[in-house]
Write a protein that binds this ligand. Structure first.
Ligand SMILES: [Zn+2]
Length: 381
């Protein structure tokens, strides 16, 4: 592994660091990294790894660029909206450093393909945004003995660690043996995230990868770094390997990949119209257009969201206030409830049903579907 004159010039600020030097830069060049996800975390991770001269960089993402990604996913530009994220990532990363070998995997990582995807790489970095993929990535890395550089973000808070049981540390399951109940932890799409936050956590992950590559410093193995952007505070927790861990413990019960959707309690979405508790936005429109039908529509989102976008004539009763305020509703009245995407309105339906409400349904797809299918002048957020 040699560096040509252009590379020596490009990496000169690394080469003059005694901790990196020519030997370290060659190690970086001989390292391959697979980044799962090219979103908020994947953007700074892959951009800095490409700039640093990592030898081979694989990216896995099946998604296309959405307008609402641009607030934080700096790999992608406005011109990339609707393009596959891997394509857009390729263009940006090639522009940063053409010396890096790129491997683009425009697929969803699953229990069927994860081991084959991960096997050829030295290091895996978790830039995922959901629990099934996070457990899948963890288990595959433990089984293949690959370091898993972990990061996650939510609202103003993030965390990072390096999971590597084969190097003596714990794995993600040692820290979180059980996933949270499905729907309990909102996604960034529901809960929001400060755009710069994945930049900070992703840069920490990229730093850990480079340290693993050139082999200096103290990695985040056995440590969980917690960051709060509002307070601008870092904290650190010591992590221990759990000897009872089902995947990295002394007597593992998980020796192959499992069904992670099922493990995380996610039930496959029923066919359209198959859920008797749901109505479509077309039915919601009919109810609004024809008051004689006697169906009232209620918005269960939060006031901040109501301010961003609302459907004319639909009153607000936030889900968070429902336990105190449901008496304002008539248990014999027929209601359609909507939220942003249909998850919280279903929770409201279940809650009100327990309070004896009989004629109550959730609007599938929420105001997002309304904006897409009924009235484009309602902004999507
Ligand atoms: Zn473990």
């Amino acid at each position: 592994m040699e560096l040509n004159n252009d590379e020596i010039r490009r990496y000169s600020r690394h080469l003059i660091l005694p901790e990196v030097g020519l030997a370290g830069q060659k190690k970086i060049k001989s390292t391959s990294v697979l980044c799962i996800g090219t979103g908020g975390l994947g953007s700074p991770i892959t951009m800095y790894l490409a700039a640093a001269g990592i030898g081979k960089l694989g990216v896995v993402d099946f998604d296309t660029v959405d307008y609402s990604n641009l607030q934080r996913q700096i790999l992608h530009t406005e011109a990339d909206v609707d393009r596959p994220k891997t394509e857009s990532a390729e263009e940006t990363l090639r522009g940063i450093n053409p010396n890096v070998e790129l491997a683009l995997h425009n697929v969803r990582i699953t229990s069927e393909n994860a081991l084959d995807l991960i096997r050829p790489y030295d290091i895996v970095v978790d830039g995922t945004d959901n629990f099934p993929t996070r457990y899948l990535t963890n288990d595959a890395c433990v089984l293949l003995k690959k370091p898993n550089v972990y990061g996650s973000i939510f609202r103003f808070e993030g965390q990072a660690s390096v999971f590597a049981p084969h190097l003596g540390g714990p794995c993600y399951r040692c820290l979180y043996p059980e996933p949270p109940p499905a729907g309990m932890v909102p996604s960034c799409a529901e809960g929001g995230v400060l755009g710069v936050l994945p930049g900070i956590i992703g840069c920490i992950q990229a730093t850990e990868i480079l340290k693993l590559a050139f082999g200096k410093g103290s990695p985040l193995i056995g440590r969980l770094l917690l960051f709060n952007a509002l307070e601008m505070k870092f904290r650190e927790l010591k992590l221990r390997r759990d000897p009872q861990c089902p995947v990295c413990g002394e007597h593992p019960s998980i020796t192959g990949l499992i069904d992670y959707e099922q493990f995380c309690g996610i039930v496959p979405e029923p066919e359209l119209g198959a859920n008797p508790d749901e109505v479509t936005v077309q039915e919601m429109k009919k109810a609004l257009d024809h008051p004689a039908l006697g169906i009232k529509v209620v918005d269960v989102r939060e006031p901040d969201e109501y301010e961003i976008a609302r459907v004319q004539g639909v009153p607000l009763l936030p889900l968070s206030e429902l336990p105190q305020r449901f008496t304002e509703l008539d248990p014999n009245q027929q209601y359609y409830l909507h939220c942003k995407g249909g998850v919280r309105s279903m929770k409201a339906v279940n809650f009100l049903r327990q309070q004896g409400f009989k004629y109550i349904k959730s609007v599938k797809g929420g105001i997002a579907a309304w904006s897409e299918e009924i009235d484009r002048s309602v902004p999507k957020y």
